[in-house]
Design a protein around this ligand. Structure first.
Ligand code: TYD
Ligand code: MG
Length: 472
């Protein structure tokens, strides 16, 4: 027997409470709580109906040795999802408005459909003609993609399912652009509310999984950068991707934040051009292409994004401040981390930097999250403060601790290899466990200066310091 139970759900964060309130206690949002009807089945007591027995199977399936994926040929995308889309998987792709999610997905379906993957593109935001116009502009109008403009989940599932009889079985891939425009008609709330988003996604995923159809949802992000609607959406899908970038720059980064079928933290780099998104195979070259020679405050960081090494330029500007609390402006990096590096430089190295205005920028509009950038930031700051360019052809990586010590970071060899490939001849890195020696990595030798304290950065600027002597 089922009894009807009501609960009150915050439409902003998804928190559930037992009574209505004007303000959500969980996220602090006003007027966001709405009543929802949940059908709760009465728990069966002891001696109630018995469960059905399930059959256990072994982990390995002797009849199958490989599990094919839908490989699109857009390598930057395929790598991020772990080597192609898994049939029957659900993918959520979030990003700011206008960043290029619809463009990416349109290019993806066109590419996949030419490899005889049957794709449906359902847009709830644009009319069919608008999508066609875009496809024409991208030169993809001939691709055999099934296109529709619809928002009713019931209609969509009836048309793609393959169980309506007559057609050629279920589709291979369903694109829903976006999940916030979808609605199921047995729920009263408006499209875009937590209940609608959650239920629509649930229905679509259940339907798709049962038929081995992959589904990709576009999800809007809120102003603080999270996928709008409840976090629960992120739990329901197998893979969560974020498409990010600065709209004023042409670079776009596709970042995997959750992936049940591959590594996370992989990134794909694209460039938004007149003809749509182009893959960027060697991002380092582009990020460094406009770097000035012999400028103070510029350091090259050998970063690692997922399995991919990438060189980016860290730019710092330190200027005398007339303000009581000097300005700190950071683009592409964590402001708290900058505050920490500034404090370490001031306290552990005695540099008078705290009372200056500081501007930090990761060139090219990319965002760096890893602590390995600390050393490059510190080097750029010291260089900017002393108005003295860093040695040319030098890369930096390493984490800075609160005592000013330089800590090791993951995959130093991979970073050095990328630096050497791009013609860098020196690297300033954390002290390793092994004894310091010039490293020979494929693509040319690179001299490695190992340092264990930020203070030693200062010595980089003095000709025949102990640091240099140790290296050469
Ligand atoms: P869109 O895919 O509509 O973004 P989203 O779906 O994430 O909201 O991207 C639209 C932006 O991309 C728009 O500002 C124009 C730009 N764009 C190009 O620069 N070149 C192109 O070929 C296309 C199709 C779009
Ligand atoms: Mg769009």
């Amino acid at each position: 027997m089922a009894r009807v139970k009501k609960s009150y759900v915050c439409q902003s964060c998804g928190a559930v409470s037992s009574r209505w309130a004007g303000k959500c206690e969980s996220c602090g949002e006003w007027n966001s709580i709405a009543e929802e009807v949940v059908e709760a089945s009465v728990p069966k007591g002891m001696g109630g109906a018995k469960g059905r027995k399930i059959d256990f199977v072994s982990l390995s399936d002797p009849a199958r040795s490989d599990y094919p994926r839908h490989v699109s040929g857009i390598e930057e995308f395929d790598r991020v999802v772990g080597g192609g889309l898994v049939p029957g998987s659900a993918v959520l792709i979030g990003g700011d408005p206008g960043i290029g999610k619809s463009t990416l997905l349109l290019q993806l379906v066109c590419s996949l459909s030419q490899k005889s993957v049957r794709c449906v593109y359902v847009s709830g935001e644009e009319a069919v003609d608008q999508v066609r116009m875009r496809a024409q502009r991208l030169g993809l109008a001939e691709a055999p993609v099934e296109l529709a403009s619809a928002t009713s989940v019931r209609d969509i599932l009836a048309s793609v399912g393959g169980d309506s009889g007559g057609d050629k079985g279920p589709m291979d891939l369903l694109i829903i652009d976006s999940i916030q425009t979808m609605y199921v008609d047995n729920i009263d709330s408006a499209p875009g509310t937590v209940t609608q988003v959650r239920t629509s996604a649930q229905e679509i995923i259940r339907h798709a999984k049962a038929r081995g159809m992959a589904v990709m949802f576009v999800g809007h992000v809120t102003k603080d950068g999270q996928i709008a609607g409840p976090r629960v959406l992120e739990h329901m899908v197998d893979t969560v991707l974020y498409f990010e970038g600065d709209r004023s720059h042409q670079f776009r980064i596709l970042r995997g934040v959750k992936n049940r079928f591959g590594p996370t933290d992989e990134i794909g780099v694209f460039e938004m051009a007149g003809g749509g998104l182009q893959e960027v195979e060697n991002p380092s070259e582009i990020f460094l292409s406009q770097r000035g020679e012999n400028v103070s405050g510029s350091a090259v960081l050998a970063a690692l994004e997922g399995s991919r090494p990438m060189l980016v330029e860290v730019q710092a500007l330190v200027a005398p401040s007339s303000l009581a609390s000097p300005r700190r402006s950071v683009i592409g990096w964590d402001p708290n981390r900058l505050a920490m590096i500034v404090a370490v430089l001031e306290t552990r190295c005695g540099l008078q930097i705290g009372s200056c205005d500081i501007f930090l920028n990761i060139a090219g509009g990319i965002r760096i999250n890893e602590p390995a950038a600390d050393l490059a930031v510190a080097a750029a700051l010291v260089s900017a403060l002393q108005n003295n360019p860093l040695p040319p052809e030098t890369v930096f990586f390493g984490e800075v601790g609160l005592a000013g010590e330089i800590r090791q970071v993951a995959q130093p060899d991979l970073r050095l290899k990328e630096a050497s490939k791009l013609g860098f001849r020196e690297a300033v890195v954390p002290k390793g466990k092994k004894k310091s020696q010039p490293k020979r990595v494929s693509g040319g030798a690179i001299r490695v200066s190992e340092i264990d304290h930020v203070q030693m950065l200062d010595e980089l600027f003095r000709g025949n310091s102990a640091l240099r002597a140790a290296v050469v």
